[in-house]
Design a protein around this ligand. Structure first.
Ligand code: NI
Ligand code: MN
Length: 226
């Protein structure tokens, strides 16, 4: 059985049953988790962009675990300079790895890298394993690309930002659900700071009364079987 664990913000760990894959492991300094980043094990890390609340502990975790970081070409180049094992891809690209397959999706957001004078294009990830499809769009606004992604994929779980201010908020995330048509939605990128405080239970009510999707509000530290 596969499971998805939430560390708060946009940080997740997916245990496929055979591999552990982290997405945007912002652990140190994340007010929603007290997990010790040194206790986290993984085989691969999917990194959507270089902002501090996403790249987070990617470099130390990847070095310690010998994990492969999959990200955009520009950010992969920066990771090369940090002696981190990586695989560069770009938006629209699909590739199979031992831990599953990924496709990079467009994200409309900033491309700065925390602490480095490099700008990269941000992305989202479709992650495919054992007949399952998980979508993590990274930080983005509502975009019509979701329509196409929904049409071309049978999404089991979509993690969607609802925090507003830096990304789409709950109203736009509801429209994203209409376009993506996932079976399950997990809200993310909210309540980390006052600036992105949101009522996830209200989001759940709104989505479940207006779409066929189920919303699972996973508390930080909580897991979901997928
Ligand atoms: Ni960001
Ligand atoms: Mn962010």
């Amino acid at each position: 059985m596969a499971s998805l664990t939430y560390y708060g913000h946009s940080a997740f760990s997916i245990d496929t049953g055979s591999h552990k894959v982290l997405i945007d492991p912002f652990i140190s300094g994340n007010p929603l988790t007290d997990v010790d980043p040194e206790a986290i094990e993984c085989d691969a890390i999917l990194l959507t962009h270089g902002h501090g609340d996403h790249i987070g502990d990617t470099i130390p975790i990847a070095r310690r675990c010998g994990a492969l970081v999959v990200t955009t070409y520009e950010l992969a180049g920066y990771l090369d300079s940090q002696d981190v094992q990586n695989h560069p891809m770009h938006i629209g690209g699909y590739r199979r790895f031992e831990f599953g397959a990924v496709k990079l999706t467009p994200a409309f957001h900033g491309g700065g890298i925390e602490g480095a004078p490099v700008v990269c294009w941000p992305c989202g990830f479709l992650f495919y394993f054992d007949g399952k499809t998980v979508f993590h769009p990274g930080d983005t606004c509502l975009t019509v690309e979701f329509e196409l992604i929904g049409r071309m994929n049978d999404i089991d779980v979509a993690m969607l930002p609802i925090g507003d201010n830096f990304t789409m908020g709950p109203g736009d995330a509801l429209e994203a659900v209409r376009m993506l048509q996932p079976k399950t939605v997990v809200p993310m990128h909210y309540n980390t700071w006052e600036l992105i405080a949101q009522d996830a239970d209200k989001f759940k009510q709104d989505v479940e009364s207006r779409t066929g999707a189920k919303v699972v509000v996973v508390p930080p530290g909580g897991s979901l079987e997928i």
